[in-house]
Design a protein around this ligand. Structure first.
Ligand code: HEC
Length: 168
């Protein structure tokens, strides 16, 4: 309180005529009000000093929560899990099983359900990525993918196949 009132400009009270009682009563009230105002200002300043930290805390919490709340885009998942063998929609292991439309159609994989199944359970030397993929030897040794990610990947492969993938 002391610190809060110390900065109050008492000098301005002298603007009232010193001789007039009424005026000095008014001046006293004015000082009271000003002290209240100063106290309120001090509280506001304390809140203002803490507020940025609260803001920063809230922002940090949001940043930390973001990866959990928002799934990676299929393009990112593809880059991470598939592009090692299928970069640009090709196939570095089996040249007649690329992700291009002609191959998908020839191999009976031109709808998203069939694509989901291959990505989930694998086929030949293509490892499966589903949570319940089995036996283990037919499945990726890397991280398994959530069903939603596999569904999104199936869509992603289909859309890119329809669009002709980027030329490789
Ligand atoms: C270790 C290499 C490898 C990785 C990693 C891999 N694949 Fe494959 N993929 C293959 C091989 C090999 C085939 C051909 C399988 C067969 O029929 O023998 C294939 C086939 C496919 C096919 C069928 C293509 C066709 O024309 O028949 C699709 C679709 C496919 N992969 C999607 C994916 C997706 C999506 C991912 C990532 C989640 C992925 N693959 C990861 C090797 C891989």
């Amino acid at each position: 309180m002391l610190a809060a009132t110390a900065g109050v400009p008492h000098g301005r009270c002298c603007a009232f005529r010193p001789g007039a009682r009424r005026a000095s009563r008014v001046a006293a009230v004015a000082v009271d009000r000003r002290e209240d105002a100063a106290a309120a200002t001090a509280t506001q300043q304390r809140v203002a000093a803490v507020a940025p930290w609260l803001c920063r805390l809230a922002a940090a919490a949001l940043v930390l929560a973001a990866p959990a709340a928002q799934a990676d885009s299929p393009a990112i998942v593809f880059e991470r899990s598939c592009s090692g063998c299928h970069t640009g929609g090709g196939n570095i292991v089996r040249r007649d099983a690329t992700l291009r439309l002609e191959d998908l159609q020839r191999n009976g994989l031109d709808d998203t359900q069939a694509l989901f199944d291959v990505i989930y359970s694998g086929r030949g030397s293509m490892p499966g990525f589903g949570q319940e993929c089995a036996p283990r030897g037919k499945c990726t040794f890397g991280p398994r993918l959530a069903d939603d990610d596999i569904r999104a990947l199936a869509e992603f492969v289909k859309q890119n196949a329809d669009a002709g993938w980027p030329p490789s």
